[in-house]
Design a protein around this ligand. Sequence first.
Ligand code: ADP
Ligand code: MG
Length: 629
Amino acid sequence: MATGKINVSVENIFPLIKKFLYSDHEIFLRELISNATDATLKLKHLTSVGDAKVAYGDPIIEVKVDKDGKKIHILDQGVGMTEEEVKKYINEVAFSGAEEFLDKYKDAGKDAGIIGHFGLGFYSAFMVADKVDIITKSFKDEPSVHWSCDGSPEFTIKKGKKESQGTEIVLHIAEDSTEFLEENRISELLRKYNKFMPIPIKFGTRTETLPKPEGAKEEDPAPTEEVDNFINNPNPAWTKQPAKLKDEDYKDFYRELYPMQFEEPLFNIHLNVDYPFNLTGILYFPKLSNDLNIQKDRIQLYQNQVFVTDNVEGIVPEFLTMLRGVIDSPDIPLNVSRSYLQADGAVKKISSYITRKVADKLNSIFKKDREDFEKKWNDIKIVIEYGMLSEDKFFEKADKFALYPTVDDTYYTFEELQEKIKDNQTDKDEKLVVLYASDKEAQHSYIEAAKAKGYEVLLMDSPIVSHLMQKLETSKENLSFARVDADHIDNLIKKEDTQISKLSDEEKEKLKANLEEVIENKSYTIQLEAMDSNASPFIITEPEFMRRMKEMQQSGGGGGMFGMGNMPEMYNIIVNTNHELVGEILNTRTAKKRERLINQSIDLARLSKGLLKGEELTRFIQRSYEMVK
Ligand code: ADP
Ligand code: MG
C-alpha cells in the first residue's frame, strides 16, 4: 500500500470547499454523475474507433444509498482509471482544478447563480463526505486501484478488488450532511440535475404491474414485478433532428419538462446550430395572460444534457424569458459571474441567434397559417410587443407579422392598416392618425363616435402598449396614435372643414362662466368646441400625451416624465356649442334650473366615461328619478 500527500499549497482546502460552496452542496451528485457519464462516453468513443478491446454493451450508471452504513455509492462501467491515471487525474489535475477554482472565486463567493455550479468536479464530493473511496479498473488490461482520502491532503492508494472495468465512488457521508442519506432527497436531486443525461441512471427499483394472466378471475390482484428504476430519459427531444420529430413529440416533451402544466404550448421553436457556436434546444410559447408578472425562469439551461440552472438571465434576451423549454450549449461559460457572462462574446452571439430564430419562426407561422396565427395572437402578443420594444433587430422582423386587431376582430399588419386607413385618417398636416381603444366596454360611446366617421378603431389592451406606440411613432414617419377618448372626434383627426359656431364670442364667454360656476371639480378643464349638432353636447376626454406618459411610468421603463406616475388624472370637458341642449343652458333664465341642467349633463358625460361613482352616482340617480316623475 502506498501513501502520499496531495501536492497543494493550501493545506486546508477542504474546509474552504465547504465554506465557499455552502449553499450549493447538493451539486456533488451531479458532478460525480457527470464524471461517470464522461467516462462511459469515452469508452463508447474508444470502442467505436476500435481503440478498446472490451465491448461497449449497454452500460448504465447506478446510484445506491446505504443509510445504515452512511454511504452513497456511484458506479459506472466506463473507461475506469489505471494507478497512473488516478495519481494524475485525481491527485494532481482534479485537485489543482479545485484549488484554482477557489483561488479565482474567493472574492466572488457572494455572487449567487452560476458560480459554484461547475469547475469543482470530483472534489465537490468533500462537501458532503468526510472520506471518499475510488475503486476503479481501467478498460486497459491493468489491475484495479483503491484510492482513499479522509479529507486531509493525505491519501492512500492500494490494489483494488474490482473485476470489471469502470469506477465506483464511495462517499462516507459526514455528520452534517446526513440529509443526503434520505432516498427522497437523492431522488429529488436526480430529477433536478440528471433527468436528461445521456447514460441510463439506475436508482433502486420500482414495482411494475403486469397484465393479468389469461383466465384470471376479476377479484385476483394483478401480478407485480420489481424492475430497475431508471430516473432519466437519455434521448430527450432537443438532441434529435427536428425533421425526425412530429408535433406530438414536441408536446410529449413539454409534458415531460412540466408535468404539472396542463395547458398545451401554442407552438415550439427547435434551436439547432453547430457553427459558430454549439447550441441546441426547444423553446415553447405557452399561453400568456396580460399579466406582466407571469412566471419567468421556466427555461432550463443544460450543458451536454446536464442541468445547470433555470436562471437564463443574460443568455436569453429578456423578452424571451417568458417562454419555456430548454437550451443546451457546451459553449456557455458556466463557472463565471453573471456580469462576466453578459459581456462574453459567445453569449452575446447566442442571444442574438435565439432572437433571430424566434422571429423567423413566428414569421413562418404567420405566413403559413395566418388564421391560426391570428387566433394565437392574444396569447403571444405580450412577448412580441415586449421584444419589439427591447430589441431593435426583433422590431425590424416583427414589423412584418405583428398584428393590430380592431375592436371588431379584424387583424391587420401595420402595412395593411396603413393602407386601409390612409385616405380617411390622414389629418390636415399629413399625419396618419391611428385610433385605438383600450377597453371596448368602457370606451363604447367614443368608439361609436369614431365608427360613425368611418374610422377604424384598434383594440390595444396589453400593459406595455403605450411604450409600443411611442416606439412606433418615433420609428415611422408622420404617425400618431390617439385613444378614442383623448379628445372629441373632430379634434382627434383634424380636417380642413371646420364647423362654424352658432354662438357669438360673447355668448361663449357667458356659457363658460355659467359652467365654471357649477363645476367645482378642478381636475376638469372646460373646452368649448363648435361641433356637429348631432354629436354629444358634453364629452369628457383624457388628453393622449399626459395619459400615456402616466401609463408608461406605471408600467415601468423610460419615456415618462419624473413623478408622472403620481399625478392626478386630468380630464377635459368638451362642450359642443352647436348642440341644442347647450343653447338651452345658455338661454335659461333661472340659475337654479341652469345649475340642474349643467349638473345633469356633466354627470351623463361622466357616466359615459365611467367616472361617476359613489355618492355622486347616488345623487345623480335620485335627481334623475325626480326628473322622470
Ligand atoms: P473534470 O471532470 O472537469 O475533468 P473532475 O475533477 O470532475 O474534473 O475529474 C477529474 C478527472 O478525474 C477527470 O477528468 C477524469 O479523468 C477522472 N475521473 C473522475 N471520475 C472518473 C470516473 N468515474 N471514471 C473515470 N475517470 C474519472
Ligand atoms: Mg467532472
